[in-house]
Design a protein around this ligand. Structure first.
Ligand code: ADP
Ligand code: MG
Length: 570
């Protein structure tokens, strides 16, 4: 794993080495100055004091400059490494299949991309830098003290590990409190998130009080966790302060005894005390390093885990295709969802074909697998057995880019991106001109509505398009499809969520859209599929009936029953 991690330093090696060199120089300078200070006292001449002070000033200025470099450039290294990782992770996320997103929560993807990588980048530069600085300083200080007095060193060498051990233990207790507080924060975040995103529902059900109670509970939990956290912090800080004071006390007492017995000079005593005071920072740092490593390692593990998820499979030698004609064929296709709730086979040995330009309708009860069939054509999921071909080419042999470029989808729920109307239509073709976008909007019967908007095509439609009605969203999706102009069109219950009048308006746009394209249409209202070249009736047991509207009506089976029922209830 260290090797894997080291890879990310490579592009920034120069900066990283600079950072490390500066850290090393700072530690060396730190080790030098108590000697200079000691010498000032030893010589005891005014001139020497002035020279010594000048030297010290020089050292401190240099140290200040280096500290700036470490702080700034060290963090820059971390930020750059983090940026590289984030780019890699995001690019990978874009390639992951539907099945990954069926299983993964948006929040957890977010926290992997943002929080985890932040921890990693903190570790990336602080880790080596801190370990380096602390080790050099602690060992260096002990060595320097050893030159002054081996006995004093021995005393310190006994006390130091005890203090560090105790500090680390206390720190661990503090970390547990932090962990609880983090969990509670996550809890309150998700409570707020669900309360805000569901605010329309909770207002409709006058559930504000219920939401408030839920929030209060989370809020109390967080308050308590925070209190515990501060209790732990206070305990830790108090203990640390006391330990440091004790360290001083021991140093003074031991140094004092040695001094009164003339075993050490005043100058050496000064250096000695300064060296002891130098130990405080690295001891404190040491207590934090472990948790930083722990956080960073956990974050990095999750990072590599996500990177290890298989992306969508691409053919190694894809057949070069440009614009497909649109002859679709399902040959003995068997499919089941990898993580399906019941794990049952959704499609079993399914075969059918659609000639270019024809319309196939899929009808049947909910849960029969109609959407699944639609999702298999653009290879959103991989089939288990059989093959799906377009123009005689197995879809597995076409690159996903080429395949999906040739397919337009209008489904029941349309996703509208937070942006302008224009940007949302342009999803069909990012190179489209304003005129082309307008043309597509006209064909989708949405142009007139857009011109009534305050800023026309540049109107912001709100997160997920909250400022648009269902029918308007649907027509934007249709405009996207017009702009994309694909030879194959999939309409999956595109109008099912709409009222009858809106449906009729949209139906017109959809019919215009399907002219000259191979069209797969799934619809509840059978009046909309009457004209299909073939209607396939699908239930949980597979294909039950197939044929034209007339032939199915004549057969007087499942389809005829459904049709008559709908006709009667209208
Ligand atoms: P239809 O569109 O005909 O209503 P679907 O194709 O959506 O039916 O669903 C067919 C079956 O597959 C259902 O039993 C459903 O529970 C299951 N299913 C649909 N999508 C998924 C998924 N992403 N993961 C697991 N199972 C799924
Ligand atoms: Mg469906």
């Amino acid at each position: 794993m260290i090797k894997r991690f080291a890879k990310y330093y490579k592009p920034h090696l120069k900066l990283f080495i600079l950072d490390m060199l500066c850290a090393l120089t700072v530690s060396v300078l730190n080790l030098v100055y108590p000697r200079v200070a000691g010498n000032i006292i030893r010589v005891g001449e005014v001139n020497y004091v002035v020279i010594g002070a000048a030297v010290l000033l020089g050292i401190f200025v240099l140290k200040a400059a280096l500290t700036y470099i470490i702080n700034y450039w060290g963090h820059v290294v971390g930020v750059r490494i983090q940026g590289d990782m984030r780019r890699e992770l995001f690019a990978h996320l874009q390639k992951l299949p539907y099945s990954y997103y069926d299983e993964t929560k948006t929040g957890s993807v977010m926290s992997r991309l943002i929080n985890d990588l932040f921890e990693i980048s903190e570790l990336a530069h602080h880790g080596p830098e801190d370990v380096f600085l602390s080790v050099v300083t602690i060992i260096g200080a002990l060595v320097m003290i050893a030159f002054i007095s081996p006995w004093l060193t021995l005393i310190m060498a006994v006390i130091l590990p005890i203090i560090m051990f105790l500090a680390t233990r206390l720190r661990l207790g503090m970390m547990k409190a932090f962990e609880v507080s983090r969990e509670k924060t996550a809890e309150i975040n998700s409570t707020v998130e669900s309360a805000v995103s569901g605010i329309r529902v909770s207002k409709a059900y006058t559930a504000e009080r219920h939401e408030k109670e839920r929030f209060d509970e989370a809020n109390e939990g967080l308050k308590e966790a925070r209190r515990m956290q501060y209790a732990a912090i206070s305990k830790f800080n108090t203990a640390m302060t006391f330990s440091m004071d004790f360290l001083y006390l021991a140093a003074f007492a031991a140094g004092g005894i040695f001094f009164t017995h003339n075993m050490i000079s005043a100058a050496d005593l000064t250096s000695y005390i300064l060296y002891i005071s130098m130990l405080i920072t690295p001891i404190r740092t040491f207590t934090t390093i472990f948790e930083q490593i722990q956080d960073g390692v956990t974050g990095f593990k999750r990072f590599t885990e996500t990177l290890a998820v298989e992306p969508e499979k691409e053919s190694e030698n894809p057949v070069k295709v440009d614009r497909l004609k649109g002859d679709i064929e399902f040959n003995n296709v068997t499919f089941k969802y990898e993580h399906g709730g019941s794990g049952r086979v959704v499609l079993n040995d399914l075969s059918f074909s659609v000639k270019a330009g024809q319309t196939r309708a899929l009808v049947g009860p909910s849960g029969g697998g109609k959407t699944t069939i639609c999702n298999l054509i653009p290879r959103f999921y991989e089939i288990e057995k059989g093959e799906i071909t377009i123009d005689g080419i197995n879809t597995k042999d076409i690159s996903l880019y080429d395949l999906r470029r040739n397919i337009g989808i209008v489904a029941q729920d349309v996703f509208i991106f937070g942006g302008t109307v224009k940007e949302n239509i342009a999803y069909g073709d990012f190179s489209a001109t304003d005129e082309q976008i307008e043309e597509a909007a006209k064909l989708a019967n949405i142009h007139e509505f857009i011109t009534t908007l305050e800023k026309g095509y540049d109107t912001y439609v709100g997160e997920r398009g909250v400022k648009l009605s269902g029918g308007q969203k649907q027509r934007i999706a249709i405009a996207r499809a017009f702009l994309k102009n694909p030879p194959i069109l999939i309409l999956d219950e595109a109008t099912s969520a709409l009222d009858n009048v809106t449906e009729m308006q949209i139906q017109e746009a959809l019919e215009r859209l399907s002219v000259g394209r191979t069209t797969m249409i799934v619809a509840h209202r059978l009046s909309t599929v009457k004209n299909a070249d073939e209607i396939i009736v699908i239930s949980k047991d597979g294909v039950v009936e197939r044929g034209t509207h007339e032939s199915l009506m004549e057969k007087n089976g499942v389809y005829a029953e459904l049709y008559n029922y709908q006709f009667r209830s209208l």
